[in-house]
Design a protein around this ligand. Structure first.
Ligand code: NAD
Length: 533
C-alpha cells in the first residue's frame, strides 16, 4: 500500500517519473496540465506535486493541499510557485538548478557560429532557390578573444569549450577567487571595462541582480572593439536592448544573439525581429532532451528523498529541523554578512575569501545554521536567489573558494554573532544580536558602534564628523520619497570619521546613492537590500 501520492503535471520527462514510480511507497498519478478548478479539487489527496512552469502553484492551491509536503519544479525558476506561502505552510519547494548548464553553453556556440558564418541567412537563400557563395564570407572562432561576464556554472562550461576552439578566454567576475580562474585557464579581467576593451565576442552569464541590470548598455558596447559580437543567454535586461539595436544598426557590432528578452514572449511587432545580424531564439537555452531529462531526474530524486527520507537538503525554503529558536540570530548573521560584503564591495574588495564567525556561548549549539546564514548573506545578490538556500549556502560558498570558519567567544554579549569577511588586504567585521523575543539589531560595523534593526534596506554612510551632514542626508532622502525608519550616527572621536546606519523602507536607487555621495562631507555610501525579506 503506497504511503504517499504524487501528482505530476506539465509533461515532466519520463526518466525522473520512472524513478518515482519504482518506489513501492509512492503512487504517481500523471495528468496533463489541468485547469485551475480541477487541480484545486484534486490537490487535497496528494502529498507532493511535481510540474514545470505551466501549472501555477498559487497560495489558494497550496492552502487546498492539506496533505501537501513537497512542490517539485523540474527546472530553475520558481516564479510560478507562491514560495512564501509554501514556507509559511511548511511545504518544501524543490527545484533543479544545475541540469541545464551544458545545454546553455552549447547553444552559445551554436548561435555564435551561426552568426559568424551567417548560417540562418544562407539557409534562407537556399530556401529561395538561389546558390550564392560570395555573400557569405564568414569568420572563425580560432584566435578570437572571448569575454565572459560571470564565471559561474554556465560561464565555466563556455570557457572550457572555448579553449577547444582555440580562443583566448578572459572573464570578469569579481566574486570568484583567482584559483578558479587559474584552474579554468581563464585570464582575469580586473574590471568590466578591461574585459570589453579586449573582447571580440562578449557573452554574459550572470544572474539578473541590481548590479547586472543594464550592465551592458550604450557605454559598454562602445568600449568593445569595432565589429565585435554580443550574446545574452542569461536573463533579459542584462544587455540593454535599445543600445544593442543601435549598435547593430550603425554597424558598430558585427552581430548579436539573444535567447532572453526584457519581456517574454517577445512581442510580435518587436523591433528586434527586424534587425539584421541579430540572431533570436525563444528562450531555448535549457531546451534540450538531455537538460529536460537531467532536471526531471534531479527534481524527482529530491522529491523522493524529501518524502521517504525526510531529506530536505534540496529544498529552497524549508531547512528542516527545529531552527526557530535560532531564527533571530540566523537573521542577524545573514544581515551582518550582507552588510559587510556590500561595504567591502564599495571599497573595491568584492572577491571575499574568508568568512569567520564568532558567536556567544548561549547560541553556540547553532554554529552550523549560523555559518550557513552568513554564507547565504555573502552570496545573496551575487548568485541567483532561486538557487540559494540555507542548506546549500555553505557548499555553494566553498565551491566558490570561500573559507568558512566559526568559533565561540565568551567576550560577546548574549545571543550575539560577529561576522568578519576578508579578501586581499581588507577585512570588515559586523556584529549583531538577537535578544530572545526581541528585535534583531546590528550593533557594530568595523569600529563603529551602532544600534539599528536591519529591515528591508540599510544605508551605510561614512562621513566627516561636521555639523549639517545628518540634515542634508535626511533632506535628500525625503526629497526622493525614501522614508527613514531609523538613523543611527556613530563616531570614533569628535571631528574625525563618522558612520551612519540608516534603516529605510523600500528601495534606494543607484541614482539616490550617487546623489548621497555628491553631498559635502559624505565619503562612502553603501546600500544593502535584504533579499530574504
Ligand atoms: P551561477 O550562479 O552559477 O553563476 C553566475 C555567476 O555570475 C557567478 O559566478 C557570480 O559570481 C557572477 N556574478 C554575479 N554578479 C556579477 C557581476 N555584477 N559581475 C560579474 N559577475 C557577476 O549561474 P549559472 O547557472 O551559470 O547561470 C547564469 C545565468 O544563465 C543566469 O542568469 C541564469 O538565469 C541563466 N540561465 C539561462 C537559461 C536559458 O534558458 N537561456 C538557462 C539556465 C540559466
Amino acid at each position: 500500500m503506497p504511503m504517499f501520492r504524487v501528482l505530476v503535471t506539465d509533461d515532466v520527462d519520463p526518466e525522473g517519473l520512472a524513478l518515482l514510480a519504482s518506489e513501492p511507497m509512492l503512487q504517481v498519478d500523471e495528468v496533463p496540465t489541468l485547469p485551475k478548478d480541477e487541480l484545486l479539487a484534486r490537490i487535497g489527496d496528494y502529498d507532493a506535486i511535481v510540474g514545470r512552469s505551466a501549472t501555477r502553484i498559487s497560495a489558494e492551491l497550496l492552502k487546498a493541499g492539506t496533505k501537501l509536503k513537497v512542490v517539485g519544479r523540474a527546472g530553475v525558476g520558481v516564479d510560478n510557485v507562491a514560495v512564501d506561502v509554501a514556507t509559511s505552510l511548511g511545504i518544501a519547494v524543490i527545484n533543479a538548478p544545475a541540469g541545464n548548464t551544458v545545454a546553455v553553453a552549447e547553444l552559445f556556440f551554436g548561435a555564435t557560429i551561426g552568426l559568424l558564418r551567417q548560417i540562418p541567412r544562407a539557409q534562407q537563400v537556399m530556401e529561395n532557390g538561389r546558390w550564392d557563395r560570395n555573400s557569405f564570407l564568414g569568420r572563425e572562432l580560432k584566435g578570437k578573444t572571448l569575454g565572459i561576464v560571470g564565471l559561474g556554472r554556465i560561464g565555466s562550461e563556455v570557457a572550457t569549450r572555448a579553449h577547444a576552439f582555440g580562443m583566448t578566454v578572459m572573464a570578469y567576475d569579481p566574486y570568484i577567487a583567482d584559483e578558479r580562474f587559474t584552474a579554468l585557464r581563464v585570464r582575469r579581467a580586473p574590471s568590466l571595462d578591461a574585459l570589453l576593451h579586449e573582447t571580440n565576442i562578449l557573452t554574459v552569464h550572470v544572474p539578473l541582480t541590481d548590479e547586472t541590470k543594464g550592465m551592458i548598455g550604450k557605454r559598454e558596447l562602445s568600449r568593445l572593439p569595432s565589429r565585435s559580437v554580443v550574446v545574452n543567454m542569461a536573463r533579459g535586461g542584462i544587455v540593454d536592448e535599445a543600445a544593442l539595436v543601435a549598435a547593430l544598426e550603425s554597424d558598430q557590432l558585427r552581430g548579436a544573439a539573444l535567447d532572453v528578452f526584457d519581456a517574454e514572449p517577445l512581442a510580435v511587432d518587436s523591433p528586434l525581429r527586424k534587425v539584421p545580424n541579430l540572431l533570436l531564439t525563444p528562450h531555448l537555452g535549457a531546451n534540450t532532451v538531455e537538460a529536460q531529462r537531467n532536471v526531471s531526474r534531479d527534481v524527482c530524486v529530491a522529491v523522493r528523498d524529501a518524502l521517504l527520507r525526510n531529506d530536505l537538503s534540496k529544498s529552497l525554503n524549508v531547512a528542516g529541523g527545529a531552527v526557530s529558536e535560532l531564527h533571530g540570530a540566523m537573521l542577524v548573521a545573514r544581515r551582518a554578512a550582507a552588510v559587510a560584503r556590500a561595504v567591502l564591495a564599495d571599497q573595491g574588495m568584492r572577491a571575499v575569501r574568508r568568512v569567520s564567525l564568532r558567536v556567544s556561548p548561549d547560541i553556540a549549539h547553532g554554529t552550523g545554521a549560523l555559518l550557513a546564514s552568513a554564507a547565504a548573506g555573502v552570496l545573496e545578490g551575487v548568485i541567483e536567489t532561486d538557487r540559494l538556500n540555507l542548506i546549500n549556502a555553505r557548499s555553494l560558498a566553498e565551491a566558490r573558494g570561500l573559507e568558512l570558519s566559526v568559533g565561540e567567544s565568551s567576550e560577546l554579549g548574549n545571543r550575539t554573532v560577529e561576522v568578519a569577511l576578508a579578501g586581499g588586504m581588507q577585512q570588515l567585521a559586523v556584529t549583531g544580536s538577537a535578544p530572545e523575543g526581541g528585535t534583531p539589531r546590528l550593533t557594530q560595523i568595523g569600529s563603529f558602534h551602532i544600534d539599528v534593526n536591519p529591515k528591508q534596506t540599510l544605508l551605510i554612510l561614512t562621513n566627516h564628523d561636521v555639523p549639517g551632514v545628518i540634515g542634508r542626508v535626511g533632506t535628500l532622502l525625503g526629497e526622493r520619497h525614501v522614508n527613514i525608519a531609523e538613523y543611527h550616527q556613530a563616531r570614533l572621536a569628535q571631528g574625525g570619521d563618522a558612520l551612519a546606519a540608516v534603516s529605510v523602507d523600500g528601495e534606494v536607487s543607484e541614482a539616490t546613492r550617487k546623489a548621497l555621495l555628491d553631498l559635502p562631507d559624505v565619503v562612502t555610501a553603501s546600500v544593502v537590500h535584504f533579499r530574504d525579506e
